[in-house]
Design a protein around this ligand. Structure first.
Ligand SMILES: NC(=O)c1ccc[n+]([C@@H]2O[C@H](COP(=O)([O-])OP(=O)(O)OC[C@H]3O[C@@H](n4cnc5c(N)ncnc54)[C@H](OP(=O)(O)O)[C@@H]3O)[C@@H](O)[C@H]2O)c1
Length: 333
């Protein structure tokens, strides 16, 4: 197995990401965090690939409306092909209300759960650390709550539904053993200074991958009962978006801007990977897998170590019990 640094450099400097070409004709797709960055570019690709409706799920409606205007003029599509819906991924009530609204859709073919945060500052929302609240708990809760709607729609249309979570290959740099504790992992994550703040983003992407893979393993779209929904998790690779919007120490800022200049993809290119992860041809080979450069990643790094697998099991037990307490019945969906 090549070292992660090699995998990263190879991916960023030498892999060219294919332009998506599969048609989304007649389909309805939700994209979270689509007022800017990768989500906005994914929405643009989807409209150009004939999606009948793209729902921009955004924290701030006015930002979503500006994004919709941008899409209408750049894709030359009628306004009724885009809807802007409010969604705050850090609020369990907002996630639940959004999923309930989505359950009223006649058709829902795919959802790209892209909204995410990266911060170098400690902050909590209702006692939950920010990365954990948005990148993990909000994302997995939304995935679970949207599943029945996608499944119903798939039964009606006869084609499989797709959900993609947007993760990060930085999860390969996370050390799962840092989560070791005699108590609950969530309590450790929500305690300031128990874990260095600089490690939270990568950890959050590892923890969402563990949860997503568990859901996929219990839900085969190819079993006799057929859930009819393919679940993928993709990394867009390093891209020049607003993800690094937070203040950071000067030296780190200089390092990041040089690194991004040398190797980052544009958000248009990164957006291709989001669309690929929910493309209609996603199937058994991709279900529950981590996609990098629009292919199933084969290197596991620490994610697949013995310690990683032990942590995965423990984390999933804890997380799903927690999600049940937030939205009773959600893990049975
Ligand atoms: N850019 C990269 O190099 C890179 C690499 C690997 C993975 N990713 C992942 O790709 C995804 C998209 O990131 P990006 O690069 O496009 O970053 P971005 O430009 O900062 O976009 C992030 C999006 O998420 C939204 N968001 C943040 N918190 C939210 C919340 N509580 N509720 C609802 N929406 C929320 C933001 O909305 P506001 O504008 O309202 O804040 C924005 O629309 C993230 O999951 C990120 O972790 C990015």
């Amino acid at each position: 197995m090549a070292p992660y640094a090699y995998t990263l450099l190879r991916s960023q400097l030498f892999v060219s990401i294919p332009v998506p070409t599969e048609s989304f004709s007649g389909q309805t797709v939700i994209v979270t965090g689509s007022n800017t960055g990768l989500g906005l570019e994914a929405a643009r690709h989807l409209l150009n690939l004939d999606a009948a409706k793209v729902i921009l799920a955004v924290r701030t409606i006015s930002k979503g409306e500006s994004a919709a205007q941008d899409l209408i003029s750049s894709c030359n599509v009628p306004a009724n092909r885009i809807e802007v819906w409010q969604l705050d991924m850090s609020s369990r009530d907002s996630v639940k209300a959004f999923a309930k609204r989505a359950s009223g859709l006649q058709r829902l073919d795919a959802a790209i759960l892209n909204a995410g945060v990266l911060s170098s500052r400690w902050s909590t929302i209702d006692g939950v650390e920010h990365h954990v609240a948005v990148n993990v708990i909000g994302t997995v809760l939304l995935e679970l709550l949207l599943l029945p709607t996608l499944r119903r729609s798939a039964q009606r249309t006869g084609s499989k539904g797709r959900i993609a979570i947007i993760g990060s290959d930085l999860m390969y740099t996370a050390d799962p053993t840092i989560l070791e504790t005699d108590g609950r992992i969530l309590d450790k994550l929500n305690t300031q200074d128990a874990i260095p703040i600089g490690t939270y983003y990568a950890l959050s992407k590892l923890l969402v991958f563990y949860a997503h893979r568990h859901i996929a393993s219990t839900l085969s779209p190819f079993s006799p009962e057929k859930s009819n929904v393919v679940l993928t998790l993709a990394t867009p690779g390093a891209c020049t978006s607003e993800i690094f919007r937070d203040e950071m120490p000067f030296a780190q800022k200089v390092f990041m801007s040089v690194m991004l200049k040398v190797m980052a993809r544009t958000t248009e290119v990164g957006g291709r990977t989001l669309v690929h992860a929910v493309s209609p041809s996603m199937g058994e080979g991709e279900h529950g897998k981590f996609l990098m450069d629009c292919e199933v990643a084969t290197d596991g790094y620490g994610v697949e170590s013995e310690a990683g697998q032990k942590m995965e099991k423990r984390w999933n037990e804890e997380l799903f019990a927690h999600l049940e307490s937030i939205a009773p019945g959600c893990t049975k969906l």
